[in-house]
Design a protein around this ligand. Structure first.
Ligand code: PLP
Ligand code: TYF
Length: 398
C-alpha cells in the first residue's frame, strides 16, 4: 500500500527540534520554535495555571463531550479578553464564537468556511508565519501576499502595504497579525492601523486578525488588542482567531477561539451554524482541559490579575534578553546595527542573518534558528546570550 509514499520534507520550524535533539554538543542552543523558556532554559508553567488545574481536579470534573462549538463559558471569556468588556458588538450579541484547536485550528476552520462561501483567495503579509500558507492552501484558498517588511531598513514597508491593499479585489480577506508580527516583530503604529482600517473600509475588505500573542507582546493585554478593538469600533465586521498557547503557556493543550463579528444577531447565528458545519466532520468537538484552565482564570478577577503579572513577567524577560543580546553584539565591536533587536516586539528577533549565516550558526556553533534568520528570543537566557552573540558576530564577519 505504501511503496509509492515518498519521504516528505521535515517542517521548516518543527523540524529544527528534531535536528537540535540529535545534536550532542554541550553548547547547543534551541532558538527555533517559538515556545517560552525561563532563564534556566526550561519550559515554564504559569503558577496561576497550576492553581487553576488543582481547582479543576478538586471539583471532580467529568470527561463528557463538549458541544461542537466547545465550552460556551470559555468562548464568552475569550471574546471579552480580545474585544474588551465594553465592546458594543458583544453587547449587541452579533459576534459568533467557537472554541478551536488553538490558533492553527481556528485559522483552518475559518479558511475552509471562507472557501465554502465563495472566497477564492486570501492575502497574507510577506513574510508571515510559515504555517499560514499550507493552512489556507489546504483549506482550498489561493494564498496571495501583500508587501509588509523592508529587509533593507528592517522596518515596516508601510507605503507598499497600503498600495497593495488598494489593489486588492473588493471583498478580499486580508490576514493581519493582531500584534507581535511573526516573524518580523514589527507592527504598524496606532496611526498606521487607522490608515489600514480606512483603506480596508474603502475597498470593502474582510480583515481577519490572527491574535497569537495577546499580552505577550507588550505585557498589556488591552494594548495588544488595540488594533482588533479599533477595527470593530470603526465598523468592520472582522474575524479573529485567538491562540492561548503563548500568553497562557498552554501550547500542548490546544486552546483557542475563532470569532466573527456580524452586522446583527441573526447573521451571527447563521455564521456560527456554518462554522459548526466545518468543525463536526473535522474533529467533532474540541478538548476540554485547557479551556477549563483559561475559564477558571478569566472568570476570577484575582486569578486574572495573577495571569497578567505572570504574562508580563515573560514579556519582560524577553525584553531584557533583547537588550543583552544587542549590548553583547555591540560590545564585541560588531560593525552592523542591531537596533532592530530591541525595537522589534514579541517572541522573535528577525535578525537579518542570511540563509548561509544561519547554516553556519547551526553547523559551526550548534545554534538552531529558522532559515529566514528568525531567532526565538524566548530561548535566549542569561547563560547563553554571550555565546549566541559571539556566534552571530563570527558568522556575520565581525
Ligand atoms: N499564528 C501565529 C502568528 C503564530 O505565531 C502561531 C504560533 O506560533 C500560531 C498562529 C498558532 O499557534 P497555536 O496553534 O499553538 O495556537
Ligand atoms: O515557532 C513557531 O512559529 C510555531 C510554533 O502546533 C508552533 O510554528 C509549534 C507547534 C504548533 C504551533 C505553533
Amino acid at each position: 500500500h505504501w511503496a509509492h509514499f515518498n519521504m516528505a520534507p521535515p517542517d521548516p520550524i518543527i523540524g529544527l527540534n528534531e535536528a537540535y535533539n540529535k545534536d550532542d554538543s554541550p553548547d547547543k542552543v534551541n532558538v527555533g520554535v517559538g515556545a517560552y523558556r525561563c532563564d534556566q532554559g526550561a519550559p515554564y508553567v504559569l503558577p496561576v495555571v497550576r492553581e487553576a488545574e488543582k481547582a479543576i481536579i478538586a471539583e471532580g470534573m467529568d470527561h463528557e463531550y463538549s458541544g461542537i462549538a466547545g465550552d460556551p463559558d470559555f468562548v464568552n471569556l475569550a471574546l471579552k479578553f480580545v474585544y474588551g468588556d465594553d465592546c458594543a458588538a458583544l453587547r449587541e450579541k452579533r459576534v459568533a464564537g467557537v472554541q478551536t484547536l488553538s490558533g492553527t485550528g481556528g485559522l483552518r476552520v475559518f479558511g475552509e468556511t471562507l472557501a465554502t462561501f465563495g472566497h477564492k483567495h486570501i492575502y497574507v503579509p510577506n513574510p508571515t508565519w510559515g504555517n499560514h500558507i499550507p493552512i489556507f492552501t489546504n483549506a482550498g484558498l489561493e494564498v496571495r501576499k501583500y508587501r509588509y517588511y523592508d529587509n533593507d531598513t528592517c522596518s515596516l514597508d508601510f507605503s507598499n502595504l497600503i498600495d497593495d491593499m488598494r489593489a486588492m479585489p473588493e471583498g478580499s480577506c486580508i490576514l493581519l497579525h493582531a500584534c507581535a508580527h511573526n516573524p518580523t516583530g514589527m507592527d504598524p503604529t496606532v496611526d498606521q492601523w487607522k490608515d489600514i482600517s480606512d483603506v480596508a473600509l474603502e475597498r470593502n475588505l474582510l480583515p481577519f486578525f490572527d491574535s497569537a500573542y495577546q499580552g505577550f507582546a507588550s505585557g498589556d493585554a488591552r494594548k495588544d488588542a488595540a488594533a482588533v478593538r479599533m477595527f470593530v469600533e470603526e465598523g468592520h465586521n472582522i474575524a479573529v482567531v485567538q491562540s492561548f498557547s503563548k500568553n497562557f503557556g498552554l501550547y500542548g493543550q490546544r486552546v483557542g477561539a475563532l470569532s466573527v463579528v456580524a452586522a446583527e444577531p441573526d447573521e451571527a447565528s447563521r455564521v456560527l451554524s456554518q462554522l459548526k458545519v466545518h468543525i463536526r466532520p473535522s474533529y467533532s468537538n474540541p478538548p476540554r482541559h485547557g479551556a477549563r484552565i483559561v475559564t477558571k482564570i478569566l472568570a476570577d478577577p484575582e486569578k486574572t490579575n495573577d495571569f497578567v503579572d505572570q504574562c508580563m513577567g515573560m514579556a519582560k524577560r524577553i525584553d531584557g534578553m533583547r537588550y543583552e543580546l544587542r549590548q553583547a553584539l555591540e560590545g564585541l565591536g560588531s560593525s552592523r546595527s542591531w537596533d532592530h533587536v530591541t525595537s522589534q516586539i514579541g517572541m522573535f528577533a528577525y535578525s537579518g542573518l542570511t540563509k548561509d549565516q544561519v547554516v553556519a550558526l547551526r553547523e559551526k556553533h550548534h545554534i538552531y534558528c529558522t532559515l529566514d534568520g528568525r531567532i526565538s528570543m524566548a530561548g535566549v537566557t542569561s547563560n547563553n546570550v554571550e555565546y549566541i552573540a559571539r556566534a552571530i558576530h563570527d558568522v556575520t564577519g565581525g
